[in-house]
Structures are given as C-alpha cells and as structure tokens.
Design a protein around this ligand. Structure first.
Ligand code: 13P
Length: 252
C-alpha cells in the first residue's frame, strides 16, 4: 500500500517567530501520525531554522524550487546540493507559480527534476491545467505533456522515486477546490498514463492533490483511490488547519 504524504508549501510567507510556533506544532503532530509523512517546504532562508527544529523528529522538509544547474556563476540560484546540506528530503519542481509567474518551461522543469534526483532529493513534480485549458477540454493533453517532458528526460524509473502533485491552476489560492471526483479523474489519468510505461512505477507512485485543500474538504479528497495526500498552500500556514489535514490523510 502506498504511504500518504501531506506537504505544506509555505510559498513566500513566514518569519522566524511565526515559523517557530508553526514548526513546534508540526513536529508534535508528525510524531502522532500513522502512515502519513508530514513535510514542510519552506523559503530558503528558513531552511536552517527548519533543520534545527525538525531534525530528530518525524517531520521532514524541503525546498520550494531548485536550480537546474550545479555550483557556479548562477546568481540567485540555489543548488540541489545546498538543499541536501540543509537536510531537505524534498524539492518542489514545476509549481504553477514557477511556470506561470517566473516563466519556467517544461524543459527547465525537466532539468530541475533531474538536478534534484541526481543530488538525492525527492522531487515533487507539479502538473496542472489553467481554467482556460480545462474549459477548452485539454486538461489531459496539458498534464500529459508536462509529465512526458520529465519522463523523456529522466526516464520512467526516475519517476518511481519521485512524487507527482496535481494542482489545477484554477484551484490554487482561489478557495475553489476541485471536487473529489474531478481530482480523482485526473489522478487516475496520471496513474494510467504512467502504467503504460511501467505498471510497478505507476502503482507505487504517490500522487498528491493541491489547490485550496483545507481541513473541511481534505477527508473527501483523500478518500479517493488515486489521491495519496496533499500539497497544501494557504492552509499550511495555520497550524490547526495543517495538522487536521495531516490527520485526515490517515487511513481509516
Ligand atoms: P493553496 O492551498 O493556497 O490553494 O495552494 C496550493 C498550492 O499551490 C500548493 O503548492
């Protein structure tokens, strides 16, 4: 049976004092969870604080992005090796905000995925369609293209060591969650598409849902067969909400 994962994506939020309170709650909750891994993906400057507070606990952490390059003259870029040095297990790659606000192409996302894998990080590969793409009926083409870009670069076996997050762009930060049925349809599509190349990889892959997940809707989403947890934005900043979402991911 696939393990569950609930990962908070703090985005550009937090400060030392509020992080401290939040991380105290997260590490307490993580130790009580059964069958659910609890992760926080924090802004780079807070990796040191996160490492200090979560080392030796059941909670794990990661970056929200990673450079596609190694060390060198790449101003502003943070390498996968640096994330490893700060104890990260995960790195989000291809978040829609990176794709749409910072203009990252499928090729750049694939290169970041490969850089993360090579360094021993587990990439959380985000895929998802915009509202316009959904309304014009091309959701599966878009998600398929985003997956294929990574698979053709890194290979299907690499995907077996990664996590995929389906995050419909129209559901991110909008309060408009995909229905459990809408999410399951795309999660099933993702798993089936990967099964065409490798049945075992598809069966073992954790596919998270992201987009306006809250304590109030988490259990219904996590009740669907191909939804293995969540990637949580706004609600991950509120300790009671985030810990309740983690508990909702426990199998009953
Ligand atoms: P919200 O949970 O704020 O909608 O954000 C989702 C997300 O982008 C997580 O990566």
């Amino acid at each position: 049976m696939r393990g569950r994962l609930v990962a908070g994506n703090w985005k550009s939020n937090g400060n030392l004092a509020s992080n401290q309170r939040l991380l105290e709650q997260v590490r307490g909750e993580a130790s009580r969870l059964r069958g659910v891994e609890c992760a926080v993906c924090v802004p780079y400057p807070y990796l040191s604080q996160t490492q200090q507070m979560l080392t030796g606990t059941a909670a794990v952490w990661g970056g929200q992005d990673v450079s596609q390059f190694g060390a060198g003259a790449f101003t502003g870029a943070v390498t996968a090796a640096m994330l490893v040095e700060f104890g990260c297990r995960y790195a989000i790659v291809g978040h829609s905000e990176r794709r749409n606000v910072f203009g990252e192409s499928d090729a750049v996302v694939a290169a970041k995925f490969a850089a993360a894998m090579t360094a021993g990080l587990t990439p959380i590969l985000c895929v998802g369609e915009t509202l316009q793409e959904r309304e014009t009926g091309v959701t599966e083409q878009v998600v398929g293209r985003q997956l294929d870009a990574v698979i053709s670069g890194a290979g299907i076996a690499a995907l077996g060591k990664a996590v995929v997050a389906y995050e419909p762009v129209w559901a991110i930060g909008t309060g408009k969650t995909a229905t459990p049925e809408q999410a399951q349809a795309v999660h099933g599509f993702i798993r089936n598409r990967i099964a065409v190349s490798d049945v075992a990889v598809a069966a073992a892959l954790r596919i998270l849902y992201g987009g306006s997940v809250k304590a109030a809707n988490a259990a219904q989403l996590f009740g669907k067969p191909d939804i293995d947890g969540g990637l949580i934005g706004g609600a991950s900043l509120v300790a009671e909400e985030f810990t309740a979402i983690c508990r909702a991911a426990e199998r009953r």
